[in-house]
Design a binder for this molecule. Structure first.
Ligand code: 5GP
Ligand code: ZN
Length: 114
C-alpha cells in the first residue's frame, strides 16, 4: 500500500466522495470542508508539491483549473464567486504531499488568507 493518501484515493483503495474523473484528474469533496462547497482537484500522477512542476505539466495544471471552474460553476457559484488554492509546503499549510487544488465557495472568503 502506498503511503500517499491521495494515491490511494486515485487507486480506489480509500473511499472519497468523487465528483469528477478523467484520464489524468480526479476531484472529490474535502473530508473537512472549510466552506459549504469544498472540493479537491488532483492529478492521478503523484506530484508531491508545486515545486516539482515543470513546463511538461502545463497542460495538466491548466486542465485541473478548468475542472475546478466547471465544478464551481456547475454547483452554482460562478456569479457569487469561489476561490482556488494550491498550498505549497509547510508555511502555506500543505498537509498532504500530493498536489491538490482546493475549490472553496458558498461563503464570504476573507482576504488576505490567514
Ligand atoms: P492541504 O492542507 O494539504 O492543502 O490540504 C489537504 C486537504 O485534504 C485538507 O483540506 C483535508 O481536509 C483534506 N483531506 C485529508 N485527508 C483526506 C481524506 O482522506 N479524504 C478527503 N476527502 N480529504 C482529505
Ligand atoms: Zn500521491
Amino acid at each position: 500500500m502506498s503511503s500517499c493518501l491521495f494515491c490511494e484515493i486515485v487507486k480506489g483503495n480509500l473511499n472519497a466522495d468523487l465528483i469528477y474523473e478523467d484520464d489524468r484528474i480526479v476531484a472529490f469533496k474535502d473530508i473537512n470542508p472549510q466552506a459549504p462547497f469544498h472540493a479537491l482537484v488532483i492529478p492521478k500522477d503523484h506530484i508531491p508539491t508545486l515545486n516539482e512542476l515543470d513546463v511538461e505539466h502545463a497542460e495538466l495544471i491548466g486542465r485541473m483549473l478548468i475542472v475546478a471552474k466547471d465544478l464551481a460553476v456547475d454547483a452554482g457559484y460562478g456569479q457569487r464567486g469561489y476561490r482556488t488554492i494550491f498550498n505549497c509546503n509547510s508555511e502555506a499549510g500543505q498537509a498532504v504531499y500530493h498536489i491538490h487544488l482546493h475549490v472553496l465557495a458558498g461563503r464570504i472568503l476573507g482576504w488576505p488568507p490567514g
